[in-house]
Design a protein. Structure first.
Length: 121
């Protein structure tokens, strides 16, 4: 058996761009849970609030969780330069097209086996 620890996902939004996504393993699942546990608890608490501040906090926490998913799960970006330099997960989040950021996060969440409802968060 030859197991590949990553998979390539072609972008559906931008021709020629692909994401190298790390496949899930037991240790990586534990690592991811450690990274998002606090954020998820805080987000759930904020989502329960009714104030605008609570809802903004929940949105910010969701965005931060998405950045964690991206940095954790995207090993490499193929075919994307940002300001003339090969894109990385960090530069995609900081200065890249938001549609590609969201698509990469969705690819990571799909690899994690999250449901459609969980992926939307």
């Amino acid at each position: 058996m030859n197991y590949e620890s990553s998979t390539v996902v072609e972008s559906k939004r931008v021709s020629g761009v692909a994401f190298v996504i790390t496949r899930m393993s037991f240790a990586r699942r534990m690592e991811l849970m450690c990274h998002i546990r606090e954020l998820a608890i805080k987000r759930e608490f904020s989502e329960a609030g009714e104030s605008t501040q609570d809802q903004l906090s929940a949105a910010l926490l969701s965005g931060e969780m998405d950045r964690v998913y991206l940095k954790w799960g995207v090993r490499e970006l193929i075919g994307l330069n940002i300001d003339g330099i090969a894109a990385t997960p960090d530069t995609l989040a900081a200065a890249g097209p938001e549609e590609l950021f969201r698509e990469a996060v969705a690819a990571v969440k799909a690899e994690c086996g999250l449901s459609d409802a969980e992926r939307k968060n």
